[in-house]
Write a new protein. Structure first.
Length: 186
């Protein structure tokens, strides 16, 4: 006897309650997250602000908090922060305001629970690597550090783990720089 595993789709997300939880699909599997911790949200806000200042100065793109990114019907996620060049944004943005492909930079801030952190470090790393994200930052507010993954020949590869006294910079964002500790400050 053969059993077929249930594969969630973007259409299924429309049937779920609007209850303040975050529902995402990766490779047809449904992931549910509770409302994030204050420190998580502060890191997201600070990163969006730093990227926003740099973006307004360079006029190269825009950072947004929690955009919908629909890579395919069974890969539908909400990263914490994404940055897209204006060119790529205009190519990817659909009428409902979702990206239909990979922004250049995706940022996930780790949540307090181990299962959410594992999803960001494993399932989402694999997804973003497979779907063409150029750079992926995993921000850990508990340990005040940032793992930086950049596209190698085929996949996203870990190029640095930066601590509080170090600067976060990227060849993707010429001239962008912020102290890692500032991501976690009021």
């Amino acid at each position: 006897m053969t059993t077929t595993a249930l594969r969630w789709t973007s259409a299924d997300l429309e049937t779920l309650p609007d209850d303040g939880k975050r529902y995402e699909i990766i490779e047809g599997e449904l992931y549910v997250s509770k409302s994030p911790h204050y420190e998580h949200q502060r890191a997201c806000s600070n990163l969006t602000e730093f990227l926003g200042v740099w973006s307004r100065k360079t006029k190269l793109g825009r950072a947004v908090i929690a955009p919908g990114v629909i890579f395919a019907d069974d890969d539908d996620v909400i990263p914490d922060v994404a940055w897209a060049s204006y060119t790529r944004r205009d190519e990817l943005l659909d009428a409902q305001g979702h990206f239909r492909g990979a922004p250049e930079l995706v940022i996930e801030v780790l949540s307090f629970t181990g299962s959410n952190a594992r999803r960001d470090r494993e399932a989402k790393l694999k997804l973003y690597s497979r779907r063409g994200v150029d750079e992926y930052w995993i921000v850990d507010w508990l340990f005040k550090q940032v793992d930086v993954y950049r596209r190698g020949d085929f996949d996203l590869e870990l190029v640095a783990t930066l601590g509080a006294p170090e600067f976060l910079e990227s060849p993707l964002l010429p001239g962008f720089s912020c102290l890692v500790r500032e991501i976690f400050e009021d």
